[in-house]
Design a protein around this ligand. Structure first.
Ligand code: FMN
Length: 332
């Protein structure tokens, strides 16, 4: 069975890979990922706040504690709270490159253009084969428009694309007013790939302690549905290759993501639950499924459920919405 695919310009034997997260922190786990056939490996993110940390520390020292900036600083995790500092990150990258042969994608996470983006070049020099830029952001400032925020991201993408030669993927959130349009603009800014989507970790409230509770729940397959819809909308509309991230647990999830248009399938929660070897199981079961259903190759399947051939996807989406609301048969 031909499961081959191309993602970010890499010719890969199949689309399954470990997504950004803690799996690449440990070299033994990295080797297990390679043994399990991970087509590429994405490292956890290094945060803008880590790379501007020294500046922040200086300000914190100068400002009075009552100052709002210093107050804001107290929200930030301390440097020790990050699994890898910038130096350690580069060292880990080099260690992984020396240990395994699969494409290695480093990850930066930030929201503003600035000097910190120069770290991209160090990642490339240390051997990263690609870069994922995670633009995790919650737009809370009423003064800033959607276009303003999108322009900032585009400026970051352009700055990175000008400074490095390896491919760059943008890991997006689903919260854009017009995601299809923004994806087109990212395409114009020469983004090589789009990762659909970032996962938002919603804080809960402990009403007894009057405290914000931060708990990381691993995903389940229900989270895939939002990704499927957007992959189906973006597939064929952008030049950038598409990766799914979020809610891939079963071979059926992989098949659906590819049918919706994914070139690459990133997995994190399922690997944290079942171990890196789960990638091999998924790969085998996808191949079996395709054989049973008469497919010869993944290419044949890719995008077969996309909206590309639908003349007005928004009408299709509204029709779906109307039908689902009208079809409810439960109790009043
Ligand atoms: C423990 C943990 C750490 C993560 N760290 C990162 C990170 O550093 N950068 C990033 O872009 N995504 C990170 N993610 C998000 C994953 O890459 C992925 O987008 C998300 O978990 C959804 O995929 P899944 O359903 O396969 O888990 C992390 C996820 C988990 C569970």
């Amino acid at each position: 069975m031909d499961l081959s695919t191309t993602y970010l310009g890499f010719d890969l034997p199949h689309p399954l890979m470990a997504g950004a997260g803690p799996l690449a922190d440990d070299l033994d786990t990295v080797r297990r990922l390679e043994d399990a056939g991970s087509a590429a490996i994405v490292m956890r993110s290094l945060f803008e706040e880590q790379l501007t940390g020294e500046q922040l520390a200086t300000h914190a020292y100068l400002e009075e504690p009552s100052d709002s900036f210093a107050e804001a600083l107290s929200y930030l995790p301390s440097p020790e709270a990050f699994a890898l500092g910038p130096e350690e990150y580069l060292e880990q990258l080099q260690r992984i490159k020396a240990a395994v042969g699969v494409p290695l994608v480093a990850s930066l996470n930030g929201t503003t253009r600035g000097g910190w983006l120069e770290f991209a070049r160090l990642l490339e020099q240390a051997g990263a084969d690609g870069l994922e830029l995670n633009v995790y952001q919650l737009a809370t400032d009423p003064e800033r428009s959607a276009e303003d925020l999108e322009d900032e991201t585009l400026a970051m993408v352009r700055a990175i694309k000008e400074s490095i030669h390896v491919p760059v993927a943008i890991k997006l959130s689903p919260f854009y007013t017009s995601l299809a349009h923004f994806a087109r603009r990212l395409d114009e800014a020469k983004a090589d790939g789009l990762v659909v989507f970032n996962r938002f970790y919603q804080a809960d409230i402990d009403v007894e302690e009057l405290a914000v509770e931060r708990v990381l729940h691993l995903s389940d397959s229900s989270e895939l549905l939002l990704r499927l819809r957007w992959l189906a909308i973006l597939s064929g509309q952008v030049r950038a290759s598409l990766a799914v991230s979020g809610g891939v647990h079963t071979p059926g999830d992989v098949v659906k993501a590819v049918m919706s248009g994914a070139h690459a399938v990133q997995v994190v929660s399922a690997l944290l639950r079942h171990g890196p070897e789960h990638l091999m199981t998924l790969r085998r079961q996808v191949a079996e499924w395709m054989e049973e259903h008469g497919y010869d190759s993944l290419a044949q399947m890719r995008g077969s459920m996309s909206l590309a051939r639908c003349p007005d996807p928004s009408a299709y989406e509204r029709a779906n919405y109307m039908q689902i609301l009208q079809s409810w048969q439960g109790y009043l």
